[in-house]
Design a binder for this molecule. Structure first.
Ligand code: GP9
Ligand code: MN
Length: 626
């Protein structure tokens, strides 16, 4: 049969090898044993056999065309995954893939992500198309015998079962663990994973339809027990002040008080910290939604999703976010970001979060001279935001989102205030000058606030949104940090991002460096309490960072967690003092809590459960008013 249907088998073979080569060269899949390597090798096969198998039911004329079309389609699918992985360091999920507006804007980085060798992926297809077009004898069809078809699908079933069986042996409960995409791809293959993802996606849709208010009471009990009483000395200390929140693009804590080639990387922030509350052990908890996930965490104190960006997948849910709460307290709320308003679906989501006004790309004057990389340079962004800020009704709650320090960290010579780092890794090298540039822009911003009389009566919160340097750059990072390698423990520790709370007249007199383990999820209750707003009726998972008994605990979106003494990642427990592996029993007490929190938060988002809570509260309000 193989000889008679040689074109079919050649197409499958080439795609199979192509996929495996892509696994090995474009994805970072850790292999720990020969068995895992074997599973990885065979895992594209079941999918390929199935979809190419349909050709066996086709009339001869269509069969070859189908084979060429499928080869092309699957290769494109593979290539999209490669590009996506280069950018996000993660595998695609459907919600993100269909964010076409995002994808359009990612075009900016596409050039950087494209490698010439990528074209090799399409060579075989060109050859196939040529063979079919030329009606070469190689592709001349043979009719398919019934028993050939049976043998083919028997082989398919055997291989699929073998794959599943081996995978299940390697990783029990593989298919029920949803947030570990790498493990899924490693075991069932990229193609099957995409199907799996599609099934999950439709389940999500069904989840909302099926959710009912009873699910909320269990979660509410958990949330109430988790909440900590505010610190009475600080409660209301910034009452009625304007709030200015700044999202600092890709800023990680390791650059704070650090140097590149002997020069400070963040001189302004280092100085500002000395007049502020600075949280040195705060971790980002973002997933695929990057900047938007950070916004979601900061303003809702809920976790973003393990797959997709919640800004896209659940933008029309009912939320009870900080802007909405403050609006009810008489604040005007606005957000500033010099990018397309639809990026990350912000225009839709900001309405759900309770923003009065979104100053987006159209509100800024963006020219070739004042932009680089992703758009308007931060310094100009701040300068152009000031007149708008001045005109806002007060008190206001505002969030400004920076952009220049974004991968691939482009910057003109004239804006470079520190030299690039020197290593083999261009991304890491370029990170330092763009961080330095953002630091300088923040300095300008604070000066302008002072000059315009917007500083004294404000509370200013600066936070790093997520990592800038992914695991793909571990080698250069190890070199910079003077380590032999970046271990999984180091990886988690590198997920720390700066959080700075600055209250003029308060923190400049009594600055503080706070070492509690914390996360972005803690910002909402902290800020509300500083503004003197009670959160007793609010559903959130964070804790006031100033609460006396705030837990030393943070869960990252991939299920890793950090406590005072331990770091837990991929089923391994690490001792924080030494960074080495330790007995997993030390981490056990927190495992359940970590899972529980993510699970409860996901339930709220997937089921859109706050729609019931808000209704309930409104009803309570009505009853009290009667
Ligand atoms: C885009 C900006 C950067 O508007 O928020 O997005 P990121 O890729 O960091 O999420
Ligand atoms: Mn970002």
């Amino acid at each position: 049969m193989v000889r008679r249907q040689r074109f079919l088998f050649l197409a499958i073979l080439l795609l199979w090898l192509k996929t495996y080569i892509v696994y090995k060269t474009s994805f970072d899949i850790e292999i720990e044993s020969w068995m895992q390597e074997f599973i990885l090798f065979i895992n594209p096969l079941s999918f390929l056999l199935l979809i190419f198998g349909f050709s066996l039911f086709m009339r001869e004329k269509w069969r070859n065309r189908y084979i060429v079309a499928m080869s092309f389609f699957v290769t494109v699918l593979l290539y999209i995954n490669v590009m996506f992985y280069r950018f996000f360091n993660d595998f695609i999920t459907l919600p993100v893939l269909f964010q076409t507006s995002n994808m359009g804007d990612l075009g900016n980085s596409a050039f950087e992500l494209f490698h010439f060798a990528d074209l090799l992926m399409f060579v075989d297809i060109a050859l196939f198309a040529w063979l079919v077009w030329k009606k070469s004898p190689f592709v001349s069809f043979e009719s398919v015998l019934k028993k050939e078809r049976s043998a083919y699908f028997l082989a398919f079933t055997a291989i699929a079962l073998l794959n599943l069986g081996l995978a299940e042996g390697e990783r029990p409960e593989l298919l029920t663990r949803t947030f570990d995409r790498k493990m899924l791809v490693k075991n069932i293959g990229m193609y099957n994973y995409l199907i799996y993802d599609a099934v999950l996606q439709s389940k999500t849709k069904a989840q909302r339809a099926l959710a009912d208010s009873s699910e909320l009471s269990e979660i509410e009990n958990y949330v109430r027990a988790n909440e900590k009483a505010p610190n009475q000395q600080l409660f209301g200390i910034a009452k009625k002040r304007n709030v200015i929140v700044v999202s600092m693009e890709s800023l990680q804590s390791f650059v704070i008080n650090n140097k590149v080639n002997g020069q400070e990387i963040t001189p302004f922030l280092n100085d500002f910290i000395k007049k502020s509350y600075y949280f040195e052990n705060l971790y980002h908890q973002t997933g695929q939604g990057k900047t938007s996930d950070a916004e979601f965490l900061i303003e809702n104190s809920l976790y973003p999703l393990g797959r997709g960006a919640v800004f896209f997948t659940h933008a029309t849910n009912e939320y009870h976010a900080t802007p909405e709460i403050l609006k009810n307290e008489g604040y005007y709320t606005a957000v500033f970001h010099a990018n397309n308003k639809s990026f990350w679906n912000r225009d839709v989501m900001y309405r759900s979060l309770g923003y009065d006004r979104y100053f987006s790309l159209d509100d800024f004057n963006v020219t070739d001279e004042n932009s680089v990389g992703w758009g308007l340079k931060d310094k100009h962004f701040f300068e152009q935001s000031i007149p708008y800020l001045k005109k806002l009704p007060q008190p206001f709650y505002t969030k400004l989102i920076t952009l220049t320090n974004h991968f691939p960290f482009e910057l003109g010579e004239e804006d470079r205030m520190v030299p690039e780092y020197t290593s083999d890794d261009r991304t890491v090298n370029r990170y330092f000058p763009t961080v330095r540039y953002m630091d300088e822009s923040l300095k300008t911003f604070i000066e302008l606030l002072k000059k315009e009389g917007l500083y004294q009566n404000s509370i200013i919160i600066l936070y790093g949104d997520h990592y800038g340097i992914s695991d793909n750059h571990n080698e250069a990072m190890a070199q910079y940090l003077g380590k032999a390698e970046i271990t999984p423990f180091d990886h988690v520790q590198l997920q720390r991002v700066p959080l700075i709370i600055h209250i003029p007249g308060v923190t400049d007199r009594h600055p503080k460096i706070i070492s509690k383990v914390a996360g972005q999820i803690d910002v909402k209750p902290t800020l509300l309490h500083l503004l003197g707003i009670d959160t007793k009726n609010d559903i959130h998972f964070g804790q006031d960072l100033f609460a006396k008994d705030k837990l030393d605990f943070v869960v990252l979106r991939d299920g890793s967690f950090v406590t005072k003494d331990y770091v837990y990642k991929d089923n391994v427990c690490y001792d924080k003092r030494t960074g080495s592996k330790t007995n997993v029993s030390y981490c056990e007490p927190y495992m359940e809590k970590a899972k529980q929190e993510l699970d409860y938060s996901d339930k709220i988002v997937y089921g859109d459960l706050l729609r019931f809570y808000n209704q309930k509260n409104v009803q309570n309000d009505r009853t009290t008013k009667k």
